[in-house]
Design a binder for this molecule. Structure first.
Ligand code: CA
Ligand code: CA
Length: 348
């Protein structure tokens, strides 16, 4: 049994892909990305930068752009764009480098985008040449509840990628940018908690249960469940203050994170992804789970020993690709649901 586990895990390591951004210059504790927001004909005059470094740094944006005025044209696609990193209620920066936080599962920035005409499709170009190669970028439009993912395969050889991130803007559009190895997050905007859960990166997934708990670990409101796009919404959130968000799914190792709900629509949190592979459903991924998987290993869906439970990649065969999805959580106490660091463990 032990030999099979060793062989299987070595195979799993071998198939973990090399990303297109693998030659980007950023490191785990010193990285940044440049963001340029644009309508069809106009872009923000000053690209904004977010990242992580040895000490926090902010560079305030010059007095209100635009340097350009409204074109006066009825064509909204030429609307002037001004984008800001929201660093506090009163300060807006063009650059925000966070302090290194090795415990953070990911980092979240709020970005406000002003366009002089509303109803404008908005695109974002990301220059990821200084991004850490293991990190993904997700852009969230909480108002319209849409998520745009920038994965390694989206970037060209110059580490640039461009996508439409908003279909139709308001005069001030709030976006959230999530960067890190994990991409599970929640934002509270106008009394609605909205977010997404990712299962064993890459890939979002349906059926993850999301609960909001107060500081005494008492559930607030009802349980939300992620849809086919991995997105959940929790309406009518009136509570404020320190809360916990708990993500879990059967046969997966769940995740919990803290969120301070301010009631201003500016509350965000990044959580560790939920990991598939807890086939024994005991809150940990270890040899017990590999033992359950073993009879199905190497079997295609046509084989009677195939079991869809173990086919994490949903590609109709159980092989090293599935083990690769389990690997980051294998044997880890950090992300064990039973860990004492899980503040609301007793609530489940
Ligand atoms: Ca288990
Ligand atoms: Ca598979």
């Amino acid at each position: 049994m032990r030999k099979w586990i060793t062989t299987a895990l070595v195979a799993a390591v071998a198939v973990i892909g090399i990303s297109v951004t693998s030659n980007a210059a950023g490191t785990e504790n010193a990285w940044s990305i440049d963001l340029t927001l644009s309508t069809t004909n106009s872009s923000d005059l000053l690209a904004i930068t977010v990242g992580e470094g040895q000490s926090a740094a902010e560079q305030l944006k010059p007095p209100p752009l635009p340097g350009m005025s409204d074109t006066g044209s009825s064509d909204p696609t030429d609307a002037v764009v001004n984008a800001y990193v929201v660093t506090s209620a009163a300060r807006e920066a063009s650059r925000s480098i966070a302090k290194v936080d090795t415990d953070a599962p990911a980092h979240v920035w709020a970005i406000d985008v002003d366009t002089e005409e509303t109803g404008v499709p908005l695109s974002l170009e990301i220059d990821a040449s200084e991004l850490y190669s293991k990190y993904d970028v997700t852009v969230v439009d909480a108002d319209n509840q849409t998520i745009t993912e920038f994965e390694s395969s989206d970037f060209d050889t110059n580490h640039k990628a461009s996508k439409q991130v908003v279909a139709s803007t308001k005069s001030t559009q709030r976006l959230y940018v999530v960067v890190g190895e994990n991409q599970t997050f929640a934002v509270e905007s106008d009394g609605t908690m909205f977010g997404a859960a990712r299962l064993s990166a890459p890939g979002r997934v349906a059926g993850v249960e999301v609960k909001l708990l107060d500081s005494s670990c008492t559930q607030v409101g009802s349980t939300a469940t992620t849809n086919a796009d991995g997105i959940f919404t929790m309406p009518s959130i009136t509570a404020t203050g320190k809360h916990y968000l708990h993500f879990d799914k059967q046969y997966a190792v769940g995740s919990e994170c803290e969120i301070d709900i301010t009631g201003t629509g500016a509350s965000t949190t990044a959580c560790r992804d939920v990991y598939a592979g807890d086939f024994s459903d005991d809150g940990a991924i270890n040899a017990l789970d590999l033992a359950k998987m073993k009879p199905a290993y190497g079997k295609p869906s046509s084989d009677p020993n195939y079991n869809v439970l173990y086919d994490i990649t949903a590609d109709d065969v159980i092989n090293a690709l599935d083990l690769a999805r389990m690997k980051p959580a294998y044997g880890s106490t950090l992300i064990n649901e039973s860990s004492p660091s899980n503040a609301c463990k007793s609530a489940f």
